[in-house]
Design a protein. Structure first.
Length: 332
C-alpha cells in the first residue's frame, strides 16, 4: 500500500500513524513525499528514531530511513513486549515518538517498559505532562494502562530529557478487540482545574515559574498549580493546564520562548485552556482517531484541525473504516 505523505497538513503525523497501523494490520506500506510541505522536507532525526524504534520492537523491515529521505518502505513484523531504551539524540519530541509506538503497542498485548531520552517539552508537540495526564486518561477507557514518570526535563535545543513509560495492553491483536465505543458529547460537571508551571534552575533567580503561575491564576483563580524548577541542559520553561470533568478531561500546554515574558506564557496557556469548551480538546482529537477506528465511538471537539482530517485519511486508508465529520463532531 502506498501512503502519500504530502496529504493534508503533510507533516510527520502521516508517517507516524501509517507505520503504527502497518504493524497492527500487518500490511506492508511505502510512504512517499514525506514532509513534502515542510522546509526542509524529508525525515528529521526524531522521525528516524521513531520509525527505527518501532521497526526494532516489531522485528519489521525498514528501508529508506536516512536523514532527508522523502520515501520509506516498511514491512511489518510482530511486536514484542519487553524493555527498551531509546535515545533520540536531540531535543526531538519524546511524546511524538510515543505517538508512533503506542497505537501499535496498545492492541498487541503484554507489558512494555520504555526508557527514552530527548525533548520532553518542545514546540509543536504535546508536553510530557499533557501526555501523562490527558492522553493516558483516554487510554484507560479501553483498559490500556500507561504509567509515565518524568526523570529530567529536556528543552530545545540540547534536549537530554529522560522519562520512563510503562504500558500494559490486555489485547492480543486486532482479532481480540471488542467494540467499546467512546461517546463524548458533553463535558459534564467540572471537578477540578490543575496544572504545572516549570522552568530551568538557571531561571530560578528571575522567578519564572512563579510568574507564569501568577499570570495563570489571574485568569483562572481556581486552578491548583504546582511550580517546579529542573536541572536542564538548555534553559527553558513550560506550563500545562488541565480541566477534569465528570465525563472527560481537557488540556492545554505551552513552551516558553526567548523574548516572551513569563507573564505572557502564563496568559497564553490560560487562554488556550479557556478555548477548550468541548469534551475533546483540539490536540487530543487527532490522537484519538486510530483508537476510535478500532473501538468505535463519536466525540465533539473544540476545533476540527488539519491534523484531525489528515489522521482520518490515513486511518481510513489503513483500516478500511469510514469516518463522518459534521460541524465539530467526529463519528466512526
Amino acid at each position: 500500500m502506498i501512503i502519500d505523505g504530502s496529504y493534508g497538513e503533510g507533516g510527520g503525523q502521516i508517517l507516524r500513524t501509517a507505520v503504527a497501523l502497518s504493524v497492527l494490520t500487518q500490511k506492508p506500506i511505502k510512504v512517499i513525499n514525506i514532509r513534502k510541505n515542510r522546509k526542509p522536507p524529508g525525515l528529521k532525526q526524531q522521525h528516524l528514531v521513531s520509525i527505527r524504534t518501532l521497526a526494532k520492537i516489531s522485528e519489521s523491515k525498514l528501508s529508506g530511513d536516512k536523514l532527508g529521505s522523502t520515501s520509506i518502505e516498511f514491512i511489518p513484523g510482530k511486536i514484542k513486549p519487553g524493555k527498551y531504551s531509546v535515545d533520540i539524540g536531540t531535543a526531538g519530541s519524546i511524546t511524538l515518538l510515543l505517538q508512533t509506538l503506542i497505537p501499535a503497542i496498545a492492541v498487541s498485548g503484554g507489558e512494555y517498559k520504555l526508557y527514552i531520552k530527548g525533548g520532553t517539552n518542545v514546540p509543536w508537540s504535546p508536553s510530557f505532562e499533557y501526555f501523562r495526564d490527558v492522553f493516558a486518561w483516554f487510554m484507560k477507557y479501553w483498559n490500556i494502562t500507561i504509567e509515565a514518570n518524568l526523570l529530567r526535563k529536556g528543552y530545545y535545543p540540547k534536549g537530554g530529557g529522560e522519562v520512563e513509560v510503562n504500558i500494559f495492553s490486555p489485547y492480543s491483536g486486532l482479532e481480540s478487540i471488542k467494540k467499546k465505543p467512546l461517546i463524548l458529547e458533553k463535558l459534564g460537571e467540572l471537578r477540578s482545574v490543575y496544572g504545572y508551571s516549570n522552568a530551568s534552575t538557571s531561571l530560578k533567580s528571575r522567578k519564572v515559574a512563579e510568574r507564569q503561575e501568577k499570570a495563570i491564576m489571574e485568569m483562572i483563580p481556581d486552578a491548583d498549580i504546582i511550580t517546579e524548577y529542573w536541572d536542564t541542559y538548555s534553559p527553558g520553561s513550560d506550563a500545562c493546564l488541565v480541566r477534569e470533568y465528570t465525563n472527560t478531561i481537557v488540556g492545554a500546554d505551552i513552551v516558553g520562548e526567548i523574548h516572551k515574558s513569563a507573564e505572557r506564557v502564563g496568559r497564553e496557556v490560560a487562554e488556550s485552556l479557556q478555548k477548550e469548551n468541548a469534551p475533546v480538546d483540539r490536540h487530543m482529537a487527532d490522537q484519538l482517531i486510530p483508537f476510535l477506528a478500532l473501538f468505535g465511538g463519536k466525540f465533539i471537539t473544540s476545533k476540527i484541525t488539519n491534523h484531525v482530517l489528515t489522521n482520518i485519511h490515513v486511518t481510513e486508508s489503513m483500516l478500511g473504516v469510514k469516518f463522518h465529520v459534521e460541524g465539530k463532531g467526529v463519528v466512526v
